[in-house]
Design a protein around this ligand. Structure first.
Ligand code: GDP
Length: 196
């Protein structure tokens, strides 16, 4: 698929260091350990594009992967680690808010959440920001292989119900990096956003 073209372009310590605001991009965000790196690797069919199993609390970079000259995937640092100092959290939240509000190239936000506990506070906050910036959101319920079919379906329906509360363009799908469940749906949403 098109996503196999992904190539590492750059790492940035924060949003102000990103390249000029042209072309189009979609961003990936989620609590640490939500399965974001695994999902990016699955999407791009590359084992080590995004690095999995990072050290908890380590300062993380924003990683940019280029699909072609005009299109990029942006891997935002995982959030939600208790060990991160409050001042750093605040700084990060501010710059993330600004990124969602001001980045003209941004076409949509994928928020990855473990299917067993979706929509934690920070996830909700992020989705609210995206919705208020008129950005479409894909809420991706990860590690779907951890639940049996019945429970998985129930979680999906519950999450879709919860997503209505954001009063925005919030789509919900389940996903597994282990067995690639939901990969076509993810690709479909991204293709629309990236105008592929
Ligand atoms: P990140 O911190 O959000 O980038 O999360 P990672 O991709 O590093 O994954 C965190 C942990 O969850 C790792 O131990 C992965 O092996 C595991 N994991 C990620 N995706 C899946 C999945 O789809 N199914 C299962 N069973 N485990 C997963």
């Amino acid at each position: 698929t098109y996503f196999t073209n992904a190539k590492f372009q750059m790492s940035a310590p924060d949003i102000s260091h990103l390249h000029q605001d042209d072309g189009i991009e979609v961003a990936f965000a989620g609590r640490s350990n939500a399965g974001k790196s695994s999902a990016l690797n699955t999407l791009t069919r590359q084992k080590n594009l995004a690095r999995t199993s990072k050290t908890p609390g380590r300062t993380q970079m924003i990683n940019v992967f280029e699909l072609d000259e005009q299109r990029r995937l942006v891997d935002l640092p995982g959030y939600g680690f208790a060990q991160v100092p409050l001042a750093m959290k605040k700084k990060w939240q501010k710059s993330l808010g600004e990124y969602l509000q001001k980045r003209k190239t941004l076409q949509g936000l994928v928020v990855l959440m473990d299917i067993r506990h979706p929509f934690k506070d920070l996830d909700q906050e992020l989705i609210h920001w995206a919705v208020s910036a008129n950005l479409p959101v894909l809420a991706l319920l990860t590690k779907s292989d951890k639940l049996k079919a019945g429970k998985r379906k129930a979680q999906l329906l519950m999450a879709r119900e919860a997503a209505l509360a954001f009063c925005g363009d919030v789509t919900v799908h389940t996903f597994s990096s282990l067995n690639r469940q939901g990969l076509p749906e993810l690709e479909q949403v991204l293709s629309t956003w990236l105008q592929l």
